[in-house]
Ligand binder design. Structure first.
Ligand code: DGL
Length: 280
């Protein structure tokens, strides 16, 4: 195994949402080590300016590059929309993987042609998302996207990870699902729901209770994980076993609220590694 095969894969999000991507990455790449950063000291991103999100993404990418990661996953739709293009030009040799709302898979799965998209205000307003939407709208099958900005939902999910109290998450899910219209598999109903923010898979319980058992939820954790494996494989950087038995397979960092990441990582991924604070 090469030296680079022993390096970690960096993963970051504004907070704990990227754990939904990390979970899929660990399932797809069981022999890899990961460094996860929650930018909780500067979150949420979804209702902040693109300049703020770009500056934070740039700082985190620089830190992870200084840690010599072999690939870097931006496990945040908002950060990907605001920053990935520029960061790719700034780090041309870095294997940089982003996350965007999975509209294309939704089009092929939907039978009613009505597709709901929940995401942050910032993601939905971005040029990247608008281009994605335009690209999916001109196909042979007529589809309609019902696009819903979900202010406050990521923050509510963050808070509930710590307290276990999902009251606010449930209220916001009810408000936003209600605003989108009728869900179901009958003609005219929304039969497919794209979870366009990496926090939202952690609200799939409350969402499922609202929309019923037959609506398909699409998050792209598994697709991002497959794409990451392909890139790592192409670069011959795939280890065939954990390279250093003494180190933890996941190192957890936060720029604020470390207890939040600690609780979420334990609750959702069964990780008990201590969270280290980063100051930048
Ligand atoms: N988890 C992030 C995303 O995928 C954003 C949440 C936020 O900070 O608003 O868009």
């Amino acid at each position: 195994m090469s030296e680079r095969g022993g390096q970690s894969i960096g993963v970051f999000d504004s907070g704990i949402g990227g754990l939904s991507i990390l979970k899929a990455l660990r399932a797809e790449l069981p022999h890899e080590r990961f460094i996860y950063i929650a930018d909780s000291g500067h979150a949420p991103y979804g209702e902040r300016t693109q300049a703020h999100v770009l500056a934070r993404s740039r700082a985190i990418v620089a830190y992870l590059v200084s840690q010599n990661v072999k690939a870097l996953v931006m496990a945040c739709n908002t950060a990907t929309a605001a920053a990935i293009r520029l960061l790719r030009t700034e780090h041309p040799t870095l294997a940089l993987i982003g996350v965007e709302p999975a509209l294309k898979p939704a089009v092929s799965l939907s039978r009613t042609g009505r597709i709901g998209v929940m995401a942050t205000r910032s993601t939905l307003a971005s040029a990247k998302f608008q281009a994605l939407l335009a690209a999916q709208s001109g196909g042979t099958q007529p589809v309609e996207f019902i696009v819903q900005p979900c202010d406050g939902l990521a923050a509510a999910i963050e808070a509930s990870a710590e307290t276990g109290d999902t009251t606010k998450t449930r209220a916001l899910c009810a408000q936003y699902a209600g605003a989108m219209g009728l869900f179901g598999t009958e003609s005219g109903q929304i039969d497919t729901l794209v979870l366009g923010c990496t926090h939202y898979p952690f609200a799939s319980g409350p969402l499922r209770a609202l929309v019923g058992p037959d609506v398909q939820f699409i998050d792209n954790g598994p697709a991002v994980a497959r794409q990451t494996r392909r890139l790592v494989q192409t670069g011959f950087l795939l280890p065939d076993r954990l390279s250093d038995a003494s180190g933890a397979p996941v190192s957890l960092f936060a720029t604020g609220q470390p207890h939040r990441l600690q609780a979420a990582a334990e609750r959702w991924l069964g990780l008990s590694e201590p969270v280290n604070l980063l100051h930048f």
